[in-house]
Design a protein around this ligand. Structure first.
Ligand code: OGA
Ligand code: MN
Length: 305
């Protein structure tokens, strides 16, 4: 197996595994070790694997976090995978003005998947089934490095702060109406997260993202300003690895010590079929969503995070 760096700070590609085969302990150990050190690992050349093989590989690293109940019913992909595509049930490109398309706009702000969930989200594993010929990179930052670069005064200020994260808040930032956001809030209440947390490799990390919207003990506007300031700091170009998708990539990231975001592409012209498995650190396989989303067109809304 070959390992190559993708960015000076973090992120590697792994060439060689065939995930159509059940992963053996040596592969599981290799991926765990690479993830601990590099936080983002791209396993190339998996264009031939099925949804079930994708899910089998994910389950080797932790219990699945299942998509929400409103994702049940006819799907393009195996239950258990999140649909991060711009395609409808027939595989046609969705209307860029639809509510579902607006939901994915919220993904273009840096975030850690499911930070609104009280379960500790471990990794996301996003598979490039169809990728656009240009643009649509997924961008990452390593929050261990970001934290290390923060001025000492900022580190001191945030050391014991706790932020409230909510899926509704990040979708509102992406342009979803407050009425739809209220419906989301009813079934996805959100979670409190420390602003500084420890990575699996034992480094302190900054932990904010698009889902964070309020800081405990601060006025709403003041907390929001601090979150925005920290996100702007984290987004500096020299920190960012932009993943250029190749068909068949299986891109894995650690949600505890990285942020990621989608970027624009020609949404109305190109198909982009990305499918994601998420694993938690421990616990039962379950969804972060308590029930069906009471918003218009709930069946077509994409839950993402
Ligand atoms: C995700 C996500 C970004 C992208 O699937 O969690 O944020 O580039 N995707 O599609
Ligand atoms: Mn995401």
């Amino acid at each position: 197996m070959d390992v190559n760096k993708l960015h000076p700070i973090f992120a590697v590609e792994l060439i060689g595994p065939d995930l159509a085969q059940a992963p053996d302990q040596a592969l599981i150990d290799t991926v765990e070790a690479l993830m601990k050190e590099h936080a983002v690992v791209c396993i190339r050349g998996q264009g031939h694997i099925t949804d079930e093989e994708h899910l089998r590989f994910a389950r080797a690293f932790g219990p699945l976090e299942l998509p929400g109940a409103f994702r049940e019913g006819p799907r393009r992909m195996a239950y258990g995978l999140y649909d991060a595509s711009n395609l409808d049930i027939n595989g046609d490109i969705i209307d860029p003005e639809s509510l579902r398309a607006k939901f994915s706009k919220g993904n273009e702000i840096f975030h850690a998947d499911s930070s609104f969930n009280d379960m500790p989200s471990k990794w996301s594993m996003l598979r490039g089934v169809i990728v656009p010929p240009e643009k649509g990179d997924t961008e990452f930052v390593d929050l261990r490095h970001v934290y290390a670069q923060l001025p000492q005064a900022k580190k001191d200020q945030i050391e014991h702060l706790v932020a409230e994260h909510s899926f509704a808040a990040s979708r509102e930032k992406g342009g979803v109406t407050s009425t739809d956001a209220a419906g989301i809030r009813a079934v996805m209440p959100g979670a409190m997260q420390p602003m500084v947390r420890m990575s699996p490799s034992g480094h302190k990390c900054l932990f904010v993202g698009s889902h964070a919207f309020r800081v405990e003990g601060m006025a709403d506007a003041e907390g929001r300003a601090l979150i925005d300031e920290l996100l702007a700091f984290a987004s500096q170009p020299q920190f960012v690895y932009a993943h250029k998708w190749k068909q068949g990539d299986l891109l894995i990231w650690d949600n505890r010590c990285t942020l990621h975001r989608g970027t624009t592409f020609d949404y109305a012209t190109y198909k982009r079929d990305l499918r994601r498995a998420n694993v938690n650190e421990y616990g039962e396989e379950r969804s972060a969503v308590a029930g069906p989303l009471p918003v218009a067109n709930a069946a077509t809304v994409k839950q993402d995070a």
